[in-house]
Ligand binder design. Sequence first.
Ligand SMILES: C[S@@+](CC[C@H](N)C(=O)[O-])C[C@H]1O[C@@H](n2cnc3c(N)ncnc32)[C@H](O)[C@@H]1O
Length: 186
Amino acid sequence: MPRSPNPTHDINLDPELAELLSEIERFGKENDRRETDRKRKMLNLEPETAALLHILVRATDRRSILEIGTSNGYSTIWLADALRSRTECKLVSIERSPMKLEMARQNLLRAGLLGSVTLLEGEASATIRTLEGPFDCVFFDADRISAPSHPGEIANYLSAVAGLVGFSSVTVPIGKGLNIAYRQSP
Ligand SMILES: C[S@@+](CC[C@H](N)C(=O)[O-])C[C@H]1O[C@@H](n2cnc3c(N)ncnc32)[C@H](O)[C@@H]1O
């Protein structure tokens, strides 16, 4: 029985892509252990959270995704793969750090997915204003501090989501925590 390169999930990924994702995970962990400057940490999504995102995108047939917080492209690769074989889809990802965006470009190139993603460098709040929507999925990962141990860090975000009319939301205790908010069509 072939061993899955990642024991946290069982997603039918292309083996080469799975290997690349594992390599990026290892790089991110090693980098973040060494790096003292938070701005230079990769802060990649945990693989199980990325796998859940992948399932959600596919199961709910999302087609136009906006990601805020590309870092070196780990979650972007998962999202681009989830959109693979979908027609008329788009993935836009915003990152403020030019250095990380270049790493994302290289990783997406290696994954064969660079052509499926629009990478935008800049501050999310300003860049978003230049985008043409609509998006049917927003993955907001601009900054995450371990949610279970620092719930206060995302309290403002959670209360903003709670204040949105027509949204249902739940925080799933997976990885460092994933808040999922869903707006039912009016
Ligand atoms: C948690 S990391 C993203 C990790 C990435 N989603 C992944 O799984 O590989 C957060 C990233 O958001 C970027 N960021 C934070 N605030 C931002 C902002 N206001 N506009 C654009 N990027 C931002 C940071 O530079 C950092 O690279």
